[in-house]
Design a protein around this ligand. Structure first.
Ligand code: CA
Length: 220
């Protein structure tokens, strides 16, 4: 075994420890990383902008941003990377690792929370811990404008109505003159409480099937 091969193996095992992915999953992700980065060491936003799997995704921009968002590295850092290496890529993907037979109930809950946090961060674009109406509008507008069926005013109205519903669910005694600041993470968890994440939140994330972590479209 050559020196660089040993280094790669060590890196794989380190990432397995950090993320809970299996060796096979890490190898699959590495293959996908190499495709996405054009066999360079780093992925930049441009690398992700032209992926066919993302082209028709209505929240393409949010998904791309999420890859460079430091909040998704399981640390305490905030802000945005210009480019990410393989380790950072795996850390982002680890939010979507599938449970296996050894996963305990507590671990499943923790995994669910991680996914929710990831989704929350996608909406909380300025990172202040609250999804405001403005931030929420932006996502709704993007969703609707990409479908091409609606103008901005109509999108605004839909976002406002949805937000009002969220507000009244979370603060039942709220009177109309009360100001609703936005959705906190606790609210967000509450809203999605009954959603069965493992089965429903099936995101074919960048062509990676998150239920098996198997990468599609292998070119080699
Ligand atoms: Ca915010």
């Amino acid at each position: 075994m050559g020196a660089s091969q040993t280094r790669t193996e060590l890196k794989y095992h380190d990432l397995m420890e950090k993320t809970g992915f299996s060796l096979e999953q890490i190898k699959n992700l590495h293959q996908r990383f190499n495709q996405l980065s054009d066999n360079e060491e780093m992925i930049r936003k441009e690398n992700l902008e032209n992926i066919p799997a993302l082209a028709e995704n209505p929240i393409k921009n949010q998904i791309i941003e999420a890859f460079f968002d430091k909040r998704n590295q399981h640390g305490n850092e905030v802000g945005s990377f210009q480019e990410i290496g393989f380790e950072q890529f795996v850390m982002v993907m680890s939010h979507f690792r599938p449970p296996n037979l050894k996963t305990t109930k507590e671990e499943k809950q923790e995994m669910r929370k991680e996914k929710l946090r990831f989704l929350f961060n996608m909406h909380d674009t300025d990172g202040d811990g609250i999804i405001t109406l403005q931030e929420y509008r932006k996502v709704v507008e993007e969703l609707l404008s990409n479908s091409g069926a609606m103008d901005q005013d109509a999108a605004h109205e839909i976002a406002d109505a949805a937000m009002l519903e969220v507000a009244s669910t979370n603060v039942p005694q709220m009177s109309p003159e009360d100001h609703y600041e936005g959705i906190t993470f606790q609210h967000f968890e509450q809203i999605l409480k009954d959603l069965e994440m493992e089965t429903r939140m099936f995101i074919r994330f960048l062509d990676v099937d998150t239920t098996t972590m198997h990468c599609g479209k292998a070119t080699s």
